[in-house]
Design a protein around this ligand. Structure first.
Ligand code: FBP
Length: 558
């Protein structure tokens, strides 16, 4: 047995709060079916691709004394994609609900993500095993992976594993790509009349797996609180020494929900929002000019320090970059078919690529420092995404701002001193010990996944709502995965994927930031949120993110 810290030991004993509607147990749950649904976009293609699971109704649960528990069941669970705090509690909630339904029920965990079910690598959960992981961060209970489920061979192997373990339902805990996997698998298993159900759970620290039904993905709460703590600490340092500009890249592959939430929690001098950059069609030069302007203005009042938040996905939202990266993705998908391409020197690669890009795109590509060019060429993930966590946008911006300042200094328009520190906060928050909110939410999501299984549903995402209320008032149900799908280009081909929810520029969260950012830029309004609190008053320990509070408030007022 490894050593546990005192907090770890105390967290193992925490009893997560179950959504009120589920508290009477699976024996007392009624299923209500809503209206039929349709895909968010590209309805015809999605319907064609998911003919077996398309258009199912949204379901909600209520307490009325119906007994949903059927025969004994074996269930499999997969953790998929990037780690997010609370994943262990989804498994714990699922396990407890299964055992509550029938102590003979079994839960198998597939190792290392979707590849575990393909290769038949698994563990069977027991009380002792689960009890070591309750309310803890990370996905190390069974590991995670990013394998894309799409080939006939992968589906056949998955079926083989399920048959060998008598598995009747699979729960996939993942983000947009992983739940796309869940939907593909649900379709295939239903078309083959296997009777095996697939249920998804909404995970991602990025916060972009949300819609009219899903209020937030799990992990966002803890990750943003962790980054806010770190950034608050850096702000205090900056404000004490008054000598550094901190450029902090924040995780969140596409959407800037993480950056926006952290900006509201800490009030930095600069926070770029990718969605705004795209909407305003800002060029890289314009972004750099904006940052330079704040640096110069602060320097003019003697403030040669500050904090700037840079969203991880920024580069893909700058229109000229977006077009270039999109062509680059197609070109790389082609070039990588030739195994020799991997062995040629980067300089030669840049030449080959430049010849295939349009003149404008080649100009944009070649204007980037070699470091960034090389990072843009790195492998896409198995779902075809550029690995933005490996692109050092914060360093690119620092270099460009420095160049600007040098020019301004020559012209006598800047006399300040610019010393920079670059940071990237991403992995620091993905495995943090879940906040009470994430511990409770995840436990409820897992428990609810079991209720969806018992209700005989497939191709659904576990859904817990009313999240800004105390857990006693939380509601539960399921949302058809096809409702969230659309077609997008991946690896050079159009593929069905769950549509990401980007920051809405006319939404309450961005509006709140927009109304205050000028003040944040010049006055030092830094807020220091401190570490996540697990024990103490509910208004501190159970507080939700500002994003969720503002969005829910706006939804009520509408
Ligand atoms: P998911 O969408 O799978 O939740 O992962 C999101 C994320 O944390 C992004 O914020 C980040 O860009 C990416 O994972 C990093 O991926 P990796 O873990 O493969 O380095």
């Amino acid at each position: 047995m490894r050593d546990f810290s005192p907090l770890h030991k105390a967290r193992l004993k925490y009893s997560p709060k179950l959504a009120g509607i589920l508290q009477k147990g699976i024996k007392n749950t009624k299923v209500t079916y809503g209206e039929k649904t349709s895909a968010v976009k590209d309805k015809e293609e999605i319907q064609k691709l998911f003919s077996e699971v398309y258009g199912e109704p949204i379901v909600s649960f209520s307490e009325t004394g119906e007994n949903l528990i059927g025969d004994r069941k074996n269930v499999g669970v997969i953790l998929s994609g990037g780690q997010a705090p609370g994943g262990h509690n989804v498994i714990a909630g699922l396990y407890d609900a299964l055992k509550e339904s029938n102590p003979e029920n079994k839960l198998y965990g597939f190792l290392g993500g979707p590849s575990g079910i393909i290769d038949g690598k698994y563990v069977e959960f027991t009380d002792e095993f689960i009890d070591q992981y309750r309310n803890t961060g990370g996905f190390d209970i069974i590991g995670s992976g990013r394998t894309k489920l799409e080939t006939e061979e992968q589906f056949e192997k998955t079926l083989h594993t399920c048959k060998s373990l008598n598995i009747e339902a699979i729960v996939i805990i993942g983000g947009d790509d992983s739940n796309t996997n869940a939907c593909m698998l649900a379709q295939w298993l239903k078309a083959k009349e296997t009777g095996i159900q697939v249920i998804g759970c909404p995970k991602t620290i990025d916060g972009d797996l949300k819609n009219s039904q899903i209020e937030i993905s799990f992990g966002f709460d803890t990750a943003t609180k962790t980054y806010s703590e770190l950034i608050g600490n850096i702000m205090r340092d900056a404000n004490s020494a008054k000598k550094y500009w901190h450029f902090i890249k924040l995780m969140g592959r596409s959407a800037t929900h993480v950056g926006l939430e952290v900006a509201l929690q800490t009030q930095p001098n600069i926070a770029l929002i990718s969605e705004e950059v795209e909407a305003k069609k800002q060029s890289l030069k314009e972004i750099v000019d904006y940052i330079t302007d704040v640096v110069v203005k602060r320097a003019s009042i003697g403030k040669n320090f500050g904090v700037a938040l840079i969203p991880e996905g920024l580069i893909e939202f700058i229109p000229e970059m977006k077009t270039m990266i999109s062509s680059l993705n197609d070109i790389l998908a082609e070039l990588e078919k030739n195994p020799e391409f991997a062995n040629i020197q980067n300089e030669k690669k840049y030449e080959v690529i430049s010849e295939k890009l349009t003149r404008n795109e080649a100009f944009v590509f070649n204007s980037l420092p070699d470091l960034i060019k090389a990072q843009l060429l790195m492998d896409r993930d198995p779902h075809g995404n550029v690995q933005v966590s490996r692109i050092e946008t914060e360093k690119l911006l620092i270099e460009m701002v420095k160049k600007n300042l040098k020019e301004l200094a020559k012209e006598g328009k800047y006399t300040g001193k610019f010393s920079e520190q670059a940071h990237f906060f991403g992995y620091e928050g993905r495995c943090a010990m879940p906040s009470n909110f994430d511990a409770d939410y995840c436990y409820s999501l897992g428990y609810n996944a079991c209720v969806l299984i018992m209700a005989g549903l497939t191709g659904y995402l576990s859904c817990i709502k009313n999240l800004t209320e105390p857990a006693d008032k939380w509601l539960a149900g399921g949302v058809p995965l096809t409702m969230m799908m659309n077609m997008e280009k991946r690896h050079g081909k159009m593929k069905p994927v769950i549509q990401k929810a980007l920051v809405e520029l006319d939404g309450p969260v961005f509006k709140e930031f927009e109304a205050n950012r000028e003040k944040y830029a010049m006055d030092d309004c830094y807020v220091f949120p401190g570490a996540i609190q697990y024990f103490g008053p509910a208004e501190v320990c159970d507080a939700t993110t500002l994003t969720l509070q503002l969005e829910q408030k706006a939804a009520v007022t509408c």
